[in-house]
Ligand binder design. Sequence first.
Ligand code: CA
Length: 497
Amino acid sequence: MRQLKRIATILLVCLPCLLPLASAAGVSAVYEIFTGSYRDSNGDGIGDLNGIVSKLDYIQALGVDGVWLTPVSPSPSYHKYDVADYTDIDPDFGTLADFDALAGACEARGITLVFDLVVNHTSSEHPWFASAVESLQNGDLSDPYIDYYQFTQGKGDCPVEGTDWYYAAGFDEGMPELNLDNPAVREEIKAIAAFWLSRGVGGFRLDAVTHYYDAQSQSNIDFLEWLDKTVKEIDTEAFLVGEAWTDGVTILELYKSGIDALFNFPMSSTGSLSKAMRSESGQSFAGGIVAWRQDIAAVNPDAVAAPFLGNHDQGRISGVLVLDQQMEKQAAALYLLSPGVPFLYYGEEIGMTGSGDDPNKRLPMLWSVTEQTGVCLPPEGATQAQRLQTGADEQENDPDSLLNFYRSVLEFRNQYPLFVDGSAEVVETGDTRLGAFTLTDGEQTILIAYNFSHDEALFMPSSGTLLAVFDTGDMQSEQTDGGMMIAPRSTVVWALP
Ligand code: CA
């Protein structure tokens, strides 16, 4: 292969579509934002909802059509996964009016807002819990809020001061577990969902679904089924994605609930994707994602996969891939061109770093290395500095940047809704380093092939028209008489007749 001048991506087909085409799931690619670290609009150093509004051009140019906000409701913590008031906005992040403005701006751009629904537990500062505790301390067992939680006498996770009562709290003492069997609690959850749907939310990310009923798989499925039905009775188009940080078998079981998607945790972070990259096992990786798509379809034909590289609870993928930009580009192409609705974690698209304690995984978005306006202060408890040396502004002007690679792949992907919910089949390559599969929606079929090796590798598609090449390094994939010589760690896509 000749060493040609460095061209990151050649797009042979470029339809004039800024917005992704609609898919059956209603959303095609979602961007996860921790609001407090994204963009500060008022100079207090904390990211806020108005800051997100000011960056919607950037978000839309990335090529996503969904934004998942980690919790934004009032909470005593910086991360806000312990909610003290389900129908308001934390003053750190803004006001309900700001939320309405964000929802309106998203709607005008065709961006679906995905709200983080945290109903496994509340904050210990929630008025329901405060009332229950006070009543128990007064010996008044008639308080209906006592049955909102899981109080037991004699033993339990956390003691209620001054009593022999205890309460269940799987995460920590500040997060008492709700009693999801109580019809009154379910009515509250229904009202919370209705409240946010009425304010323009288009879907929910469901926090900690395996903890609803710890170690009781069927109860979790039943509750998710109720939640799915309840939300879709209010809005049939709502999109529900569940967080089950567990093995593939358990995740597949949860797909029986009817929710639209569950995050593919086994593929993320240090899981199967980065492992396959390291061992150059392209064939087995392709086999894995095809099997995952087929397994989901067998459980629920309307459900989709939700591939991702990392989220706010995981060390950033750039660290997993030892800050090797070629590997970061390959990882991006691999999951963005996988079946399902991919979820991008803010900053991933520019290669931000962060690992260890949670605040380090949620460091401020690096908009620019020179311009500090709007850049947030690190969250409480962060101990690491950002190791990335070029911000989003600088990368916009560099055609070889990671940011522009993400944009190219997403722009291409958005032309083909079958990436979300098409049927997948493995294509044999005869080379363990080469993975290949087809996706079809019955009318259109595309073939995706990638080279996991650090050397070039030859792949011969049986037929097809070349659609796109996503090269990740200095070498360029090349059509030869013997087939397509795929550059190291690069991806090629064809349309099949
Ligand atoms: Ca602010």
